[in-house]
Structures are given as structure tokens and as C-alpha cells.
Design a protein around this ligand. Structure first.
Ligand code: 8YV
Length: 311
């Protein structure tokens, strides 16, 4: 039987279930990684990692018995899929089960940013109610919403936005014939046509696509929401655009260098921040854990995991 290496901590129930089935090692607990590898590398057949964390090629190469990298998420931008394939290693993800949560948070962040929920909350807690005024917020229902990436999550965001009476347009690598939303090939044009731009795209080969030009196209009344990957955005451009009020506000669940968030954002009232929590509900993390367990089991049994993305 193979050992399993956890790159990040996982839900306690998943950790317990993994530990009941396998010898589990926790990468994040070992200060001396080289010594750990010398002692345990050859028995490790499975790695469990987060979507944003992934795994380095160096670590893949240090694990000679590795059969599977089970990503506890849907993003594979932090795993070199070609390198894994060349080694005959499966990379699996947890598609489908986190779609609702991520879409819910995208809409939550947008409502929160344009209705000023955090500002209103602080106003009440700080005892300002009755003493000072609070500016009116921006109406959410009916906003023109532009979605970047119309995969499972993008589509779930679109149907939610449509239910709020928001005209929805999207951009992607190509037009999707099975949806009724308006396709706009050019991201800058989509930003210009939108009151809110919501990022739901995979970050593979899409680093920095939201830059100063896109933010300026979104304009001083526009909001940016990101529930995908921080690196889709040129973060320095975003900070500057927010500081200079060249866009109206933002709702951000993801950042370029997590858990480090640009300190300039902390002072900005027009930004709502979350610590990469879009899929972090008890229900969804449990469902993701079940898929991770199934992927490891299939792979150790010599079968292709159902959610393998390895070509
Ligand atoms: C997860 C993610 O929270 O799916 C992804 O790619 O980034 C997140 O939904 C993350 O993978 C936690 O493990």
C-alpha cells in the first residue's frame, strides 16, 4: 500500500478518513523537507494538494512511486500537467461539487461591494448610526454583468445574475453555442459594456489578462469580482485603479501571492476581501473530500480516476 502526502491541511474529516486508509504524511509539518524526503519519498504514491498550491515538478520528481496528484479543487494551473503525464501520473480534480458555492460567493461579493455591506456593518458596530451619514449604495439588480470564463462556475454565476434581472455577457476562448448570453470576444470590450466584471476563468495561460487597460474600460462606475485566480489580474494595476477611483470597487477572494494581500487594499472601503474561501463550506468541502478519496483509491487500484484531467 502507498503512503499519501498532504501538501496543505485538509478538512479534519478528510484527514481522518485518509489516515484510516493510508499512512499519511503532512508536508507542511516538516521543516526539513530534504530529510523528510530521504526517509519517506519512495513509499509516497499519492499527493493531495489545493488548487492554488498544486505541486512543483521538483517534488513530483522526488517521488518515484507517485501515481496521482489529487487536487482538492478544480484549478490545475499550479500543476505542470504535461510533466505529470510524461511521468504517467494522474492529476485529478473535484469538478461539479464546488460550482454552486463559488458562484454564490461571486454574487455575494458583488452585492457586498456595490451595496457596501462591510461599510454598513462597521457603521453600525462603531456606533455611527444616528450620528453621521452614510452615502447611498449602488443598486445591484439589473446591473450589466460581464463574465470572464463561461465554464461550470461562470455559467452558475450567469444564471444567478440573470435571476436578479442582470443582462449577462461573457467572454471565453470561443463562443458557446448552447447559451443565450451575449458573447464578446474581446475582454476590453466586455469590460466597457459591463457594470461588473466577474472573473471565473481558469488561469492556465491567462496571467495578467485584467490589466490597467481592462480596468479603465470597466471605468469609474464598474466593479471587479475575482473568485478564480489572483494571477488573472495585474494586481499592481488593480490596486492603483482602486486607489485612484478609476473603478468603483472590487470583491476579491483570490490574490497573486496568497496569503499575502497588498496592504494598500486594507485602507480601501470600496473593496471587499475574502481569504480564498469560495468553496469553503462544510457541505462542499465534504463532497470534495469524497472525490479526493475516490481518486486515490482508483489510482492505487491501477484504474483511471473518474475526474482525472491527465490527457
Ligand atoms: C479550493 C480552488 O478552495 O478549486 C480551486 O481550484 O482554488 C478552491 O476552490 C482550493 O483548491 C482549496 O483546496
Amino acid at each position: 500500500m502507498f503512503d499519501v502526502l498532504l501538501i496543505n491541511p485538509v478538512l479534519p474529516s478528510l484527514d481522518r478518513e485518509l489516515s484510516a486508509r493510508y499512512t499519511v504524511h503532512r508536508w507542511y509539518e516538516h521543516a526539513d523537507k530534504a530529510a523528510f524526503l530521504r526517509e519517506h519519498a519512495e513509499r509516497i504514491g499519492g499527493v493531495v494538494t489545493g488548487g492554488a498550491t498544486g505541486i512543483t515538478n521538483e517534488l513530483i520528481d522526488a517521488l518515484a512511486a507517485l501515481k496521482i496528484v489529487a487536487v482538492n479543487g478544480i484549478g490545475t494551473d499550479a500543476v505542470d500537467l504535461e510533466h505529470a503525464r510524461a511521468r504517467g501520473i494522474h492529476v485529478s480534480t473535484t469538478p461539479g461539487v464546488l460550482t454552486d458555492d463559488v458562484a454564490d460567493l461571486a454574487i455575494g461579493l458583488l452585492i457586498s461591494a456595490c451595496r457596501g455591506l462591510c461599510v454598513g456593518d462597521a457603521y453600525v458596530r462603531d456606533g455611527e448610526w444616528g450620528k453621521s451619514g452614510l452615502p447611498l449604495a449602488r443598486k445591484f439588480s439589473g446591473m450589466k454583468v460581464g463574465i470572464v470564463g463561461l465554464g461550470r462556475v461562470g455559467r452558475a454565476i450567469a444564471s444567478r445574475a440573470a435571476a436578479f434581472g442582470c443582462p449577462v455577457a461573457y467572454t471565453d476562448l470561443r463562443e458557446m453555442p448552447d447559451v443565450r448570453y451575449r458573447f464578446v470576444a474581446d475582454l476590453r470590450e466586455l469590460a466597457r459594456d459591463s457594470d461588473a466584471l466577474i472573473l471565473a476563468a481558469s488561469a492556465d495561460n491567462a496571467e495578467g489578462i485584467v490589466d490597467a487597460a481592462v480596468l479603465d474600460a470597466l471605468g469609474p462606475d464598474g466593479y471587479l469580482i475575482n473568485v478564480a485566480r489572483g494571477k488573472l489580474v495585474n494586481e499592481a494595476d488593480l490596486v492603483r485603479a482602486l486607489e485612484e477611483k478609476r473603478i468603483a470597487g472590487a470583491g476579491l477572494d483570490v490574490f497573486v501571492d496568497e496569503p499575502n494581500v497588498p496592504a494598500e487594499l486594507f485602507a480601501l472601503k470600496n473593496v471587499v476581501l475574502q481569504p480564498h474561501r469560495a468553496s469553503a463550506t462544510v457541505q462542499t468541502r465534504a463532497a470534495m473530500g469524497d472525490i479526493v478519496l475516490a481518486s486515490l483509491a482508483s489510482s492505487f487500484a491501477g484504474e483511471r480516476p473518474e475526474t482525472s484531467v491527465t490527457p
